[in-house]
Design a protein around this ligand. Structure first.
Ligand code: SF4
Ligand code: SF4
Length: 248
């Protein structure tokens, strides 16, 4: 039986999720034995750029018309399209400036040349094409990627946590940075899956995995204001990875 064909692609982003895949080290050979990777520019210069794919994995956000065209072309080739990482799932850090006037920002950075740039407000993949599966994280967790591939090969939908980082943080028996030390931790509204990596190191969560489904940012905002933080500073923090979920 032929192996499922796979393509791995990057739009505008840091390529960190593709690096996570390449860093799967001991499991990479098992992965390559199970699937036929046909198109993966970061790993190979010999790619089949037009073949049909069973699974397309796409990282990065849509920030240009070129990104949007590339994503639509990938969608046409693929039976299943997986969004990889917070930029692909939520828009991520590039989407922080959504709602702001783009013209002056381009001029500020590129001067007169800015007007000619192919640049638009960042969009998550699902805002442009149909997405079959989201794997969030900045970057994604290796285990989530491996389990997603294993589940897809078995015809199952992979299961990811639906609870907040606070749950993992409490399971690790950490003292709460927000309540006990008054630090601006976004754990209560951020989807778990990182095993509370930052609070474990006494660093407040900045929400890099994106919001949980029933996030209540207004409530977290009120707690942080009680702790003496300025509203604008908090809103900017909450907007950093998933501006759609943040209070205005
Ligand atoms: S430190 Fe942050 S993640 Fe941990 S319990 Fe407190 S608010 Fe939640
Ligand atoms: S604790 Fe928060 S910022 Fe740190 S890895 Fe987890 S989701 Fe990201």
């Amino acid at each position: 039986m032929s192996k499922p064909t796979v393509g791995i692609f990057g739009l505008t982003g840091c390529a960190g999720d593709q690096l996570v895949i390449l860093n799967c080290e001991d499991r990479l050979l098992d992965l390559v034995a199970l699937v036929d990777i046909r198109d993966f520019l970061m790993a190979s210069s010999d790619n089949q750029t037009e073949c049909a794919l069973d699974i397309a994995l796409v990282e990065g956000a849509v920030l240009t018309k070129k990104d949007a065209d590339a994503l639509r072309a990938i969608r046409k080739r693929a039976k299943l399209l997986v969004a990889l990482g917070s930029c692909a799932v939520w828009g991520g850090i590039p989407a922080m400036d959504r709602g702001m006037d783009r013209g002056p920002m381009l001029e500020e950075v590129y001067g007169d040349a800015g007007a000619g740039y192919d640049s638009q407000a960042a969009q998550a993949l699902h805002e442009v094409v149909t997405v079959d599966l989201n794997i969030t994280g900045c970057p994604i967790e290796k285990e989530h990627f491996i389990s997603a591939i294993a589940s897809l090969l078995n015809g199952d939908a992979p299961l990811y946590p639906k609870y907040p980082v606070c749950t993992e943080c409490r399971m690790r028996e950490n003292n709460c940075l927000l309540i006990e030390r008054g630090l601006p931790c976004c754990g209560p509204i951020t989807v778990a899956g990182c095993n509370a990596r930052c609070p474990e190191l006494r660093v407040p969560c900045i929400g890099c995995r994106g919001p949980i489904g029933d996030a209540n940012p207004a409530s977290l905002l009120a707690v942080m204001e009680e702790k003496g933080y300025n509203r604008e500073e908090i809103v900017n923090r909450l907007r950093m990875f998933a501006p759609q979920g943040a209070p205005q």
